[in-house]
Ligand binder design. Structure first.
Ligand SMILES: [Zn+2]
Length: 339
């Protein structure tokens, strides 16, 4: 047994975690009970649901489960609880910095509109950060199933709250719908406002979707991006530009993007020099959190502790964390490896 270091003690940054998707399954059960929401068996079994998102029907099923879970978040107290628990889980997994991703539009109807929803979310992040000591920021994510004008509204909102904890702008949902360039104006607004551009790409569709994120949205990070592995030229480009891929291996396997943990091209990206930040995506639906992603790299892809430490450093470097937090986390990574 060469590897004995505890991966939950390896300091790291968590850059790919969705809001509702971060919920504890026990919390979902309690909230569903509180509001009389009937949960489908797939969300009550204690086991993550069987999903397959490689076709539109499968993705629709995944999205429907996500929507049901989201419908259980109705009051500011629910939002505060969700964020606090997400922070607690992250701390337990060795995270020293969390960037949580949210489309406030989805929570607006219960919280009195888009701006009140944004305020509730940012206050909750502030409070959770103070209570747990975990540095936290927010990425506002537009939904690519909706009209690009809505994305522009969200980008303006995100910029307006840049001094309250919003650090980036994302784009999520089914990559097979719409073109990245439909959202170029929204991303220009976000970038001009000083936010980092971190759209999803290269998950459900191939390398072309990653190229679109680079060419049309000037992405500085890519949500997933794993399908870039199919294009050596693109891997070189990501490596040269230092564009970090927020890789979520357990999510990829749960959604059938790859058959087995061994098939997720972590090794290929790593060896090509593409920086990665491992993330959990939606622990509620995929059944594993942050440290488990590093565990997967160790167990199924033979990442050594030195390599796992390098992955952790890459996550920290790609984060929006201020210099003092980065330095502390990077020193912690060295200490973990030396220990
Ligand atoms: Zn995602």
């Amino acid at each position: 047994m060469a590897s004995v270091r505890d991966l939950s003690l390896l300091p790291k940054a968590h850059l790919h975690l969705h809001f509702t998707g971060s919920m504890r399954s026990t919390t979902l059960l309690e909230l569903a009970d509180k509001y009389g929401v009937h949960l489908p068996d797939a969300l009550t079994g204690g086991e993550p649901p069987k999903l397959r998102a490689t076709d539109e029907r499968g993705w629709f099923r995944f999205q429907r489960l996500y929507d049901i879970a989201r419908s259980c978040l109705r009051s500011p107290e629910d939002i505060q609880r969700l964020v606090r628990e997400a922070a607690e889980e992250d701390v337990r997994d060795g995270s020293g910095w969390l960037e949580i991703q949210v489309d406030p539009t989805s929570y607006a109807p219960h919280l009195g509109g888009l701006i009140p929803a944004m305020e509730v979310i940012l206050d909750a992040v502030d409070a959770a950060s103070r209570e747990t000591g975990l540095g936290m920021r927010v990425l506002v994510a537009a939904n690519r199933m909706k009209h690009p004008l809505e994305a522009r509204t969200l980008a303006r909102l995100a910029v307006r709250y840049a001094d309250r904890g919003v650090v980036g702008f994302g784009l999520s949902n089914d990559e097979r719908r719409g073109m990245a360039r439909d959202f170029d104006r929204a991303f220009a607004i976000a970038r001009d406002g000083g936010l980092l551009a971190a759209p999803h790409g290269g998950e459900l569709t191939g390398p072309a979707s990653v190229r679109d994120c680079l060419d049309d949205l000037s992405a500085s990070r890519i949500g997933h991006g794993v399908r870039a592995a199919e294009d050596p030229g693109l891997l070189r480009r990501l490596a040269e530009r230092g564009v970090t891929c927020e890789v979520c291996p357990a999510s990829n396997v749960a959604l059938g993007v790859y058959e087995k943990p061994e098939d997720v091209p972590l090794r290929k990206l790593f060896d090509a020099g593409v920086p990665m930040a491992l993330g959990a995506d939606d622990p509620l639906l995929f059944g594993s959190r942050l440290a488990a992603q590093y565990e997967l790299a160790r167990r199924h892809q033979d990442f050594t502790d030195a390599e796992l430490a390098e992955l952790a450093r890459q996550s920290v470097r790609a984060s929006a964390a201020p210099a003092d937090v980065r330095d502390k986390l990077l020193a912690g990574v060295d200490a973990w490896l030396a220990g």
